[in-house]
Write a protein that binds this ligand. Structure first.
Ligand code: COA
Length: 186
């Protein structure tokens, strides 16, 4: 992705970037955007979402600055662990430039490498604009949770990934390839 702020690199998070991710996620929680956490976010709550039960955390850096991230982790233990749960965020200053699309597409490609054959979202607020993105990239609504958070319904989304799964739209795939080619991953 071309950016006036510097080259884009997408890859696994480093230990040194955890504090920056805490700051990004705290801002998302404080704005009550997309996640059910109640502000102010504590370090322990941050770890519960982004560190302890997590299989993979991938970040997007623009000019070396942490601009976005996602996690993949088992949605359930044991026999249900082949289905991942994922969470995405992009720092407010970097939104609406296609970075979210890149990260979601990257997770579709990376989830099977981490052993998952599907990715499920359990609690997408009905009003979240990210729903358009998820549907564009192959997720389908499989249920609703009435009055899930602050009286608002939430949507459950599911998508198969890996062999036999719907391909990403050409534009999303190209975007991932472009980001990987000139700048490298991780
Ligand atoms: C959701 C989020 C990751 C999207 O990041 P982003 O980099 O702005 O997304 P993109 O620029 O790649 O947008 C991709 C598509 O998503 C949809 N979209 C994203 N933000 C939108 C908005 N504010 N209004 C309308 N559509 C939006 C559009 O369909 C967009 O495609 P388009 O630009 O071709 O119209 C970001 O807004 C965010 O971090 N939000 C707070 C946390 C959150 O809600 N995470 C998801 C939890 S389920």
């Amino acid at each position: 992705m071309a950016s006036a702020d510097g080259p884009l690199a997408i890859g696994p998070i480093s230990a040194a970037e955890l504090q920056q991710l805490f700051v990004l996620f705290s801002a998302v929680v404080a704005a009550r955007e997309g996640y059910p956490h109640a502000p102010p976010l504590t370090w322990s709550q941050f770890e519960e979402t982004w560190v302890r039960p997590v299989s993979v955390v991938v970040v997007a850096r623009i000019g070396g600055v942490l601009a976005g991230a996602y996690y993949l982790k088992p949605n359930s233990p044991g026999r249900g662990a082949h289905i991942a749960n994922a969470g995405y965020l992009v720092a407010a200053a970097y939104r609406r430039r296609g970075l979210g699309r890149l990260l979601v597409a990257d997770s579709v490609e990376r989830a099977p490498l981490a052993g998952f054959d599907a990715v499920q979202f359990n609690l997408v607020f009905a009003s979240n604009p990210a729903r358009r993105l998820y549907e564009e990239l192959g997720w389908r609504e499989i249920g609703r949770v009435p009055e899930a958070v602050a009286g608002e319904d939430a949507v459950i989304y599911w998508r198969r990934v890996g062999p036999g799964s719907p391909p990403l739209p050409e534009t999303a795939g190209q975007a991932v390839a472009r980001s990987a080619a000139p700048t490298g991953r991780g």
